[in-house]
Each structure stands twice: as structure tokens, then as C-alpha cells.
Design a protein around this ligand. Sequence first.
Ligand SMILES: [Mg+2]
Length: 396
Amino acid sequence: MVTLSRIKHVRAFTVRGGGADYHDQGEGHWIDDHIATPMAKYPEYRQSRQSFGINVLGTLVVEIEAEDGTIGFAVTTGGEPACYIVEKHLARFLEGRSPTDYEKIWDQMFFSTQYYGRKGLVVNAISGVDLALWDLLGKLRDEPVYQLLGGAVRDELQFYATGARPDVAKELGFIGGKLPLHHGPAEGEEGMHKNIALLADMRAKCGDDFWLMYDCWMALDVNYATKLATRAWNECGLKWIEEAISPDDYWGYAELKRNVPKGMLVTTGEHEATRWGFRMLLEMDCCDIIQPDVGWCGGVTELLKISALADAAGKLVVPHGSSVYSYHFVVTRHNSPFAEFLMMHPGPTEVVPMFAPQLLGEPVPQNGRMRTSALDKPGFGVELNRDIALHRPYTH
Ligand SMILES: [Mg+2]
């Protein structure tokens, strides 16, 4: 019987500038160009999401070192406050334990923080630890994470691209393009016309069969979202409307799903967390596709539970962003037939690694696809780029 090396030490670092905190970009990037948000009702916060602090946290890097010197790591959003939670609170549930005990470790991390956690930053921190633990487990067993999750159910992944240029995404071989919505309810009828005009322009450039989607980043209300969905379906063949309203408004999502034209999909869930949050979306029939972010929803351990709920409810799971943490999961699930690729090139006119420059060996789609064999390395198959400035604000 193989006995794996025990966990010796957990460390948490922050990093600035792109990577897992993909909103932390320089000026002129498409991701901060007048994108509709719930803060856009305040004109002073309408032009830039960085103006209201979307990038204040930065990236969290979690490293878990085993007694034999093997190191697993993961990156997610959370920055310095997540470092505090990992070092001062969560590390105690790992050190001295076997990395095979991820179920018990997850349960203890979640229920020990439940009185101040449950969602958001705390679950981001838990997710980072969980993903680092799976990376360590894969490295110790010399297997890719997707094999630990049950093995691949297909021999390649296919991707849609998120970014401001679906026309370029089509040329690059992606199966669809998801645009950020630029104008919310505060910009009235004029904003609505601009939203439809941009989509119509992309439809004309991309042809009838290419998937086009709108990502609304929680910016709308049910009435506006219903009007947008109806016009976008009738005039431009919009495939889905994503995260149209507040993630707390389950009742609004249920109403929106009843309201949209038959055949159009409602998607949401990137800011939802845990099996209990997704159970609400599924049981209240809020959407057609759930989109958990692997680094925010509770990590792989929790995503397996979320995914099983969705499977039984007949819903697809297409994770938000998440780079390699998504790819190793998606390739193992029948109800996860394609993946998202965030186009992090500023234009975006070319494919660059999603979490650059933080990961070394991060695979990217070629012609909109990725062979499963591209994931055939131990753990999540990437290494931490140690040339970037890592800051460890706390110890324990
Ligand atoms: Mg989204």
C-alpha cells in the first residue's frame, strides 16, 4: 500500500497585476471599458470598474508543502485578506494531515468559518486551499487531476471565447463569443439601442450560426433584462443572457427564465458558492446553465457536489473562467460539454494564457480546441512563476 507524504506547511501569498485576479489590468484593456455593472447607476463609477475597486484584492497564491518537499499550489482571487484567513485559520486543518483527506479538510474549513464565511472572500480562500491540495495530491501520485476525478469522457475540450471581439474569436476557431454588456438601465433607451446595435454588428460580422452571448455582470433588473433578451433574440439570435441580475435575487432569475423567448438560455452562477447556493438556483429553476468559478465556488471538492446536483436536475455546468482548474473538471463530466476561455489580450485579438504571467506551462486552446493530452502532467499541470513578485503578508 502506498502511504503519501503528510502535509508539512501551508503558505499564502499575494500577487498584483492580472493573473487569477484578471480584472487587475492596465489602462485601455477591453475588460475595463465602460462595462455595465450594478454600480453604473452612479455616473462617477460608470466608465471604469477599477474606479469602484474591482481589483482591490489581487491574486491569492496558496502553497502546500508535503514532508517529502513536494509542493502543490493554486491561484485565485482574494489577495491579502484571504492570506490572513489561510494562514491564521485554515492552515491548522491541513498541517500534519494526509493530502488524501480532502473531504474532511474541506468540511472543517467550511464549518469552522461558517459564522463569518459561507460565500465570497472566505470561500475564495477555501477554494484556493482546496485546489492547492488537489494539485499536491496529483503531484504526489504522479497523475493529472482529471484522472483523479474519474478520467476524461472525451478526448478534447472545445471553447467559446469571452471578450469584446467575437468576430476575432470566430476567426480563431472558437465555437462562440460572449460580449460584455456596456449599458445598463441607468442609460435608458439610448443605452438599450447601443447594446442591440453592437450585438447586431457582431451578428453581421460573425454570420447566423456562430454563438453570441451577452454577459451582464449583475447590472440589470428583471424588466430591463427581459426587454434586452427579447430584442436580442428576435433581432440578433442571442444564445444566452448571462448573470443579468443580482446573484441574491433567485426570485428574479426564476421570473427572467420564465420571461425570455423559448429557446434562449439564461445562465448564471459565477458569483454563487457551495452546494447550498447552487441548490437554490437549481430548485428555483433560475437558469439553464450554471457557471461556478472553480476558484470561488469552494474548489474541486465542492464542485463535484454542485455538478452532481446539476446533473440530476438536467442542467449543464460550464465553469466561469478558472483556466486549468476548469479544464481538468470539464473534461471529466458529461454535463459539461464545452468550456469558457477568457480572452485576456487587451484587444482582444489574440489568444494568450488566461492567468498570465502567474502560471508556467498554462495550456491554451488552438483553433478553439484543446486535446485532453495537453493536461497530461501531474496535478493541474502548471508551475508557479517565481519570477513575479510574491508577497507573504502573514505567517503562522
Ligand atoms: Mg460572466
